[in-house]
Design a protein around this ligand. Sequence first.
Ligand SMILES: *Cc1c(COP(=O)(O)O)cnc(C)c1O
Length: 421
Amino acid sequence: MATKTHPFDPTWLEALTEQFPTPFHIYDERAIRANARALQAAFAWNPGFKEFFAVKAAPNPYLLSILSAEGFGADCSSLPELLLADRVGILGESIMFTSNDTPAVEYRQANGLGAIVNLDDISHIAYLEEVAGLPELICCRYNPGKLKAGNAIIGHPEEAKYGFTREQLFEGYRLLRDKGITRFGLHTMVASNELDSSYFTETAQLLLKLVLELSTELGITFEFVNLGGGIGIPYRPEDEPIDVAALGQSIQSVYEEIIGPSNHPPIKIYLECGRMVTGPYGYLVSRVLHVKHTYKDYVGLDACMTNLMRPAMYGAYHHISVVGKEPAPLDHVYDVTGSLCENNDKFAIDRPLPTVEAGDLVVIHDAGAHGHAMGFNYNGKLRSAELLLRESGEVVEIRRAETVDDYFATLDFGGLAIFEV
Ligand SMILES: *Cc1c(COP(=O)(O)O)cnc(C)c1O
């Protein structure tokens, strides 16, 4: 069982909200660093191991620099994400560019930065060559189809839009080889938020075996296999977290079993996790505005689905603590809502909580990945601030809250007849 605790003292948090009005996201640097080190240690057996943090999970320069300092690279999937990685000093082959349905300008940018290009489709070989030229190191994304079961967030592989089929991989690497490419990687990403660690060991097995087949058939060798992201986190109190050290060991066994006896040169293991890196160490802090009793009991927050859309989008569970009332019995049942004009704007449905009153602070857990990042402006909602709790205990604002001026910044009122007085 994961214990759902947060690092905030109620008085301290209340004082913080005087300086930074709710809602805000706050990240715990100490915990992020400790977790990053545990991941590095779990794969220390593999020379060249690298985790490319999935930038989309938490695209903030402070967080990226912390992770970069811990030895992580960046997994990018768009032009702004590429520029963000570059701006924080994550350079060249420390960037993995895993995109799909990719525009030419993004391939040109990725090549320009010297990023590792991970192709999503066989047709992109010709496309990349035409629009940006072929880089010296190329990776292809494998979609194992029926050979592997998926899960709810990413869907079944054979219904997922991503990647090459098995046959296309053989054809694709042959084509690349014949065009003079000599440096290769192989990638797959078939699940998201997966808590069964054997899933990742099986993925490693699948990819490493495939590397040997491709290598034998085509006379090429691979520098790395990228097992993708998707390591889950215990959102629910009853969930078991993945034991990263044990996962590292079981992937090591698979590696030694498959690659050990072969004459293939050593292969680097790459990961591109987002959620497990920052997810549990980011919190959405919000204040209760109203408590409403109609056919059900509702707790209305000053945050809404635009601050954290996972519950409304996937029916995802996010644990909620009522600050200062953590030890109290959970003797009430509430829907915890935001203020969007959408009835699915709920952080929780039928959630047992202590008695909640207007003015209470709540901490919504596990908002450190795919949280603020998925924010949007529907209903004129402004994106909230992001704060960082430093190891020293100091809090710094690492992204200011949006203002009405930001919301209006892309609008042009000038051309409207009504303004031509
Ligand atoms: C979203 C994504 C990731 C990160 O997924 P997590 O579930 O956050 O680990 C990694 N790689 C690709 C290609 C993705 O689309």
